[in-house]
Design a protein around this ligand. Structure first.
Ligand code: ADP
Length: 177
């Protein structure tokens, strides 16, 4: 059978949502694999004002770190979103939400979220299993380990490590003042 690509086929767009505070090699693994499966991938950074004080980096900082990292992938862009992810998807004609699954513990919540989202709008959630070397990796753990002087250089990009080290030093100075 000959291959007959449909010229009318719609662009397949996906979103990789998260807070990315900061982006880790685990996120990059999922983003790069999603970029091979879809025509266009938008990395959507949650700008939740009520949570802003709990974040180490501002939304602008998180997005600028991601933009640098995603420059390697020609079909990946970075955007901020406020409010419902499903509204963001509707506005941009996105039909797929890509989530990385690290362990069974991620699954309960992600399944509930996926079902809720598809009940709200016409969107599917696609789960990509994390590469084993990143299955323990979470932004929160990276921050905790780095705060106490642990070596996280193999877990985040070099630029992100530089910014993280600076920010933690600033926070330590503020705490001492
Ligand atoms: P949130 O604040 O929603 O937990 P994160 O920025 O920590 O967001 O992560 C965003 C998404 O990236 C997660 O929902 C998950 O799908 C994926 N992810 C995070 N860390 C990893 C990892 N180590 N391996 C695979 N996927 C990951």
């Amino acid at each position: 059978m000959s291959h007959n690509p449909d010229p009318e086929r719609q662009v397949r767009r996906a979103v990789c949502p998260g807070s990315f505070d900061p982006v880790t090699n685990g996120h990059i693994d999922i983003i790069s694999r999603a970029s091979l499966l879809f025509d266009e991938v938008v990395v959507a950074v949650g700008i939740n004002k009520s949570k802003s004080r709990a974040r180490l980096f501002t939304a602008e900082e998180r997005m600028s770190m991601l933009e640098k990292v995603c420059a390697d992938f020609p079909n990946v862009t970075v955007a901020g979103f406020e409010g419902l992810l499903t509204t963001f998807c509707e506005e941009r004609g996105i039909r797929a939400i890509v989530k990385g699954l690290r362990a069974v513990s991620d699954f309960d919540y992600e399944l509930q979220m996926a079902q809720m989202n598809s009940s709200l709008v016409d969107v599917e959630t696609v789960f990509i299993p994390t590469s084993p070397e990143y299955s323990f990796l979470a932004s929160s753990l990276v921050k905790e380990v780095a705060t106490f002087g642990g070596d996280v250089s193999g877990l985040i990009p070099t630029d992100v490590l530089t910014r993280l080290t600076e920010r933690l030093a600033e926070r330590a100075r503020e705490d001492r003042a």
